[in-house]
Design a protein around this ligand. Sequence first.
Ligand SMILES: CC(C)(COP(=O)(O)OP(=O)(O)OC[C@H]1O[C@@H](n2cnc3c(N)ncnc32)[C@H](O)[C@@H]1OP(=O)(O)O)[C@@H](O)C(=O)NCCC(=O)NCCS
Length: 164
Amino acid sequence: MGIRLEESADWSSVYAIYSAAFGQSAEADLVRHMHQDGDLILSLIAYGDEPVGHIAYSRLVLHETGSIRAAVLAPLAVAPSFQKQGIGAALVRDGLKRLTDRGYDLVLVLGEPHYYGRFGFDPNLAEKLQTPYDGPYLQALALSPRGTGAHGPASYARAFAELK
Ligand SMILES: CC(C)(COP(=O)(O)OP(=O)(O)OC[C@H]1O[C@@H](n2cnc3c(N)ncnc32)[C@H](O)[C@@H]1OP(=O)(O)O)[C@@H](O)C(=O)NCCC(=O)NCCS
């Protein structure tokens, strides 16, 4: 199993992975729209003989602490027959490392604290931000000491508004 950058030839696989994992294609549409809008920071494929998992990280604008570089982790999926083998965790960790290497300070995710807590995501850190997704499932991870200083209103990529 390897992880690499997603390429345009992967689109049908990305749709197949999200459709199988979520039973709908809205999350794959989200990735495509963020790509079209230039909001995608990182798009990764986990692959064996073929693509089996995908993760995206997109731009997050912090209005009061604009010098802090922030990203949103979403969406993430692993094809059902390949779940619970550590592939989702490998995609998260690989992405976090790449973002750290690129100088990002903060990552935000909306998801199960039981799952994302293992990577260090913390609802308390996210509480200082104001987003359309505030609540116990919104968690943040500081990739640098600067990241812990993030606060105030934050804007997701435009395509997220279409998911509601
Ligand atoms: C969530 C998902 C990406 C995890 O990928 P994975 O490769 O199966 O995960 P890993 O093997 O790294 O980790 C397995 C752990 O995730 C947990 N897990 C799997 N799906 C989960 C879910 N939907 N919610 C919470 N925990 C979940 C498993 O119970 C297991 O927990 P454990 O380690 O305490 O036993 C994958 O299960 C998936 O695509 N699910 C459907 C789509 C989805 O819900 N995406 C999440 C978007 S926030």
